[in-house]
Design a protein around this ligand. Structure first.
Ligand code: F6P
Length: 547
C-alpha cells in the first residue's frame, strides 16, 4: 500500500477515537443540521449518511484518501478501456453497455460502441417479436414462459431485476430462473411449464459452466422428448461470449446474442445476459433500466467526491471495515420486490472484493471486503435484527426504501413499511439506556424488582451506524441507478484496497476438486489422493446408496 494512503488510513483510525465516550445520539442533539450536512440527493435518490460516524473532518480525510489512492485516475483508466483487470489482462467496460452517448472506445480492432449497439438492436427485435407472438415455438404456439438457465452473474442480476420490475411486465412472458445443478431446480420449474409455449435462454459467458451445461442438456432433452428433436432450435436461444460453443450446442445464429470478455459476469445484466429481463418488461423498459445506469455513471464521473454517492458509500464502508474493524454489512431493502438484491450484492461485492493480495500479488495490509447479507424488511426484523440491535458485533446497515409503492391496496401498507424502516435505523442509532428501559417499565406499572431484573435485557447500546437510500419509486430507471451505484461503490473500495476487483480465482479450487471427485461419486471410480474426511464421506455416500 502506498505510504500516503497508509498514513491517511492511520489518521482515519485515530479519528475513530473521537467517538470514545461520545455518541451519534449526542451528535444529533448538538447539531440540528446534521441531516442536511450529511445527506446527498441525486435526482430521485437521496443518500442519508448522517447516522454514520462521519463528521466534517472525517469526510475531508476520506476524500483525501480517495485522492491519494488515485480514485480519479483509476476511474478514468476503467472508462477508457485500460486493462485494469490485470490478472486476466482485460478491460472492464460494462459502462459502455449503457453509454447512450456511444462514446468512441476502441479495443484493438473492436469498435465497442458499434458492437454494443448491434447486439442491443438484435435484442430489441427478438424481444418485440417474442412478446408480440411474431416468433413462436415449433408447434406455432406463442411463448408464455421463458426459462433463463445460468448461474452466478448469468443469473443473479436478471433474476433480481425481473423480480424488482415485475409490475412492468405488461402482458410479457413469465420468466423463470434455473441455476442450481441440483436437479430439483430444473425439475420443479419444468413441472409448471408447457413445452410448446416455453423458450429457454442458455446464459453463460464461458458456455462451459458445469451447472448451466448440465441444466441446458436436460432442458434440451425435455424439449426433444416432448416435441421432437426438430423442435429444439425453435425453443432455445443463447447468451454468451463463446459463439463457437453455442453453435456446437445447436443454437441458431439468429438466436445467439453475444457479448465480450470485457464484461465481467457480475456486471453483465446490461448485456445480452439481460435478455430475460428485456423479454419480461419489454425493450422500452429495459432501455430505461440502461438509462438509469448511465445516469449514475455520469454522476459518479462528474460529481465532486464529497457529493458523489458511490464514492461516499464506498469510502464510509472502507472506513468501517478498516478503522472500526466491522466485518459484516447488512443490506436491508424495505421493498419486497428487491428480495433478490442482497443475493445479487453478495456476488457483486464478495466476488469482487473478497481478495487477500494486492494488484501486485503481495498480501494486503488492511482488511478488505465485508461479509454481505440481508433480507427485505420488515421480514428480517422478525429474524436476525435481534443481533443487529443487541448482539456483541456491530453490523453497519444499508437501508433502501421507496416513497411510492406500485400497489393501490386498501389500508396503509406502505406507511407502515416506511415507518418500520425509519424506526429501525433510528433505533440502531439511538438505542435505549438502562435508565430509560427501567423508567419505561415502571411507567407501565411493573414492580421495581421486576424492572431491575429486566433492565439489562431491555437495554439497547445504540450508536450502531446505518445509511439510507430513499428513492421515489422502484421503476426501471431507478433500479438501473441503484445497481450502477453499487457497482461503483464496490469499485471505489477496490481502489482503496489496491486489489483487482474483477477476477474471481477464489471460485476455482472447489470446481477443480469437484471434477476430480465426480468420477468417484458418480461412477464408483477409486478415490485417490483425498483426505480422510472426504474419503470417509464418499464411502458413506456409496453405502447409503447401496453401492
Ligand atoms: O462462479 C464463478 C463464475 O465464474 C462467476 O463469476 C460467473 O458469473 C459464473 O461463474 C457463471 O459463469 P458463466 O457465465 O461463464 O457460466
Amino acid at each position: 500500500m502506498d505510504d500516503t494512503v497508509a498514513a491517511l488510513l492511520d489518521r482515519l483510525k485515530t479519528r475513530r477515537n473521537r467517538w470514545n465516550g461520545h455518541t451519534l445520539r449526542a451528535e444529533f442533539a448538538a447539531d440540528p443540521d446534521r441531516f442536511d450536512r450529511f445527506s446527498v440527493a441525486f435526482d430521485d435518490i437521496l443518500f442519508d449518511y448522517s447516522k454514520t460516524h462521519v463528521d466534517a473532518e472525517t469526510l475531508a480525510l476520506l476524500v483525501e484518501l480517495a485522492e491519494a489512492a488515485d480514485l480519479i485516475g483509476w476511474r478514468e483508466r476503467k472508462l477508457s478501456g485500460d486493462a485494469i483487470n490485470t490478472t486476466e489482462r482485460r478491460a472492464v467496460l460494462h459502462t459502455a453497455l449503457r453509454d447512450r452517448s456511444r462514446r468512441a472506445i476502441h479495443l484493438g480492432d473492436q469498435d465497442v460502441a458499434a458492437d454494443v449497439a448491434s447486439v442491443l438492436a438484435h435484442m430489441e427485435d427478438f424481444t418485440d417479436a417474442v412478446r408480440s407472438g411474431g416468433i413462436r415455438g415449433a408447434t406455432g404456439e406463442a411463448f408464455t414462459d421463458v426459462v433463463n438457465i445460468g448461474i452466478g452473474g448469468s443469473d443473479l442480476g436478471p433474476r433480481m431485476a425481473a423480480r424488482a420490475l415485475s409490475p412492468y411486465r405488461d402482458g410479457g412472458p413469465r420468466v423463470h430462473y434455473v441455476a442450481n445443478v441440483d436437479g430439483a431446480d430444473l425439475a420443479d420449474t419444468l413441472a409448471t411449464l408447457d413445452p410448446a409455449r416455453t423458450l429457454f435462454l442458455i446464459a453463460s459467458k464461458t458456455f462451459t459452466t458445469l451447472e448451466t451445461m448440465t441444466n441446458a442438456a436436460s432442458a434440451r432433452a425435455w424439449i426433444a422428448g416432448q416435441l421432437g428433436e426438430a423442435a429444439v432450435p425453435d425453443h432455445f436461444a443463447a447468451l454468451s461470449t463463446a459463439l463457437d460453443k453455442v453453435a456446437a450446442f445447436g443454437v441458431r445464429a439468429d438466436r445467439t446474442f453475444g457479448f465480450w470478455d470485457w464484461v465481467g459476469g457480475r456486471y453483465s445484466t446490461w448485456s445480452a445476459i439481460g435478455l430475460s429481463l428485456a423479454l419480461s418488461i419489454g425493450f422500452r423498459n429495459f432501455s430505461a433500466f440502461l438509462d438509469g445506469a448511465a445516469d449514475m455513471d455520469e454522476h459518479f464521473q462528474t460529481a465532486p467526491l464529497d457529493r458523489n454517492i458511490p464514492v461516499l458509500m464506498g469510502m464510509i464502508g472502507a472506513w468501517y471495515r478498516d478503522a472500526w474493524d466491522y466485518r459484516t454489512l447488512a443490506v436491508l431493502p424495505y421493498d419486497q420486490r428487491l428480495e433478490h438484491f442482497p443475493a445479487f450484492l453478495q456476488q457483486l461485492d464478495m466476488e469482487s472484493n473478497g481478495k487477500r493480495v494486492t494488484r501486485d500479488g503481495v498480501p494486503v495490509s488492511v482488511p478488505t471486503g465485508p461479509i454481505v447479507f440481508g433480507e427485505p424488511g420488515t421480514n428480517g426484523q422478525h429474524a436476525f435484527y435481534q443481533l443487529l440491535h443487541q448482539g456483541t458485533d456491530v453490523v453497519p446497515c444499508e437501508f433502501l426504501v421507496a416513497c411510492q409503492p406500485h400497489e393501490t391496496l386498501e389500508g396503509d401498507h406502505h406507511a407502515k413499511l416506511v415507518a418500520n424502516c425509519l424506526a429501525q435505523a433510528e433505533a440502531l442509532m439511538r438505542g435505549r439506556t438502562e435508565e430509560e428501559a427501567r423508567a419505561q417499565m415502571l411507567a407501565s406499572g411493573m414492580s421495581a424488582t421486576e424492572a431491575d431484573r429486566l433492565a439489562p435485557h431491555r437495554t439497547f447500546p445504540g450508536d450502531r451506524p446505518s445509511t439510507m437510500l430513499m428513492y421515489r419509486k422502484l421503476d426501471p430507471r431507478t433500479l438501473g441507478r441503484l445497481v450502477a451505484l453499487y457497482e461503483h461503490k464496490v469499485f471505489v473500495q477496490g481502489v482503496i484496497w489496491n486489489i483487482n476487483s474483477f477476477d474471481q480465482y477464489g471460485v476455482e479450487l472447489g470446481k477443480e476438486l469437484a471434477s476430480v471427485l465426480l468420477g468417484a461419486v458418480a461412477g464408483g471410480e477409486p478415490l485417490t489422493a483425498s483426505d480422510g474426511s472426504t474419503a470417509g464421506l464418499v464411502a458413506r455416500y456409496r453405502a447409503m446408496r447401496g453401492e
